[in-house]
Write a protein that binds this ligand. Sequence first.
Ligand code: PEP
Length: 258
Amino acid sequence: MKKYWLVGNWKMHGSLASNATLLNAIRERQPALSPYVDMVLCPAFPYIAQMASLVEGTGIQLGAQNASDHLQGAYTGETSPRMLKELGCGYVIIGHSERRIYQGENDGLMGRKALAAIDAGLIPIICVGETAEERDKSRTHEVLARQLDAAFGYIRTAHDQVIIAYEPIWAIGTGIAATPEIVQTEHAFLRSRVAQRDPSFAARMPIIYGGSVKPGNAASLFSMPDVDGGLIGSAALNAEDFVAIYQSLVKTCESRAD
Ligand code: PEP
């Protein structure tokens, strides 16, 4: 059976005590994971080592929220993807819209970061998505194509593994998720764009959706054929909600024949 992913982005939240409490609450509600749905938690940088020891042996995987586009060197304040790998991360979120907005990250930097992450042995979760204004002006596909093409200028489709996260900026943290129909349309567009470069890579490339996913809308979003999981922000900070979303994804994937 095909694999699916549920990624929790804890953003700049947490403390030593609250991370342990949240993880315990997730584990109490979901003691065993589905072999088909990977659960990935992305805590803030200072807590990666703490979380690595807490998730050991649980099957829960670890990701970071960002990484440098360099593996090593005189880059004060940066974090190498190689260091993240050494600490136990398997994934890293690249190009999240909050980094594009607040840190001025651009498409080219996102591509270089994705490549550095891959070279360090991490799976980059590459975020793409349009603003409300771009959608209103019917520029969604132009924007998605530009962001995707920039990343795929660096990715070697022959052997690299990546996850694409479609995160419309207007849906992030707003409580207004994209409709399942919009999500399916954009995921299919992203897949077809990558298929122009490499059809077999595109067919197996996971595309997850992020933007106000909650227990109440998860099942309908996950039921779309080109949705391979979710990237969860606010609801990932609540064990009950996060586990309900995880279980909804497990149910969907078990009902599919693939
Ligand atoms: C995110 O920040 O990646 C995200 C999806 O946030 P939220 O679930 O809160 O919309």
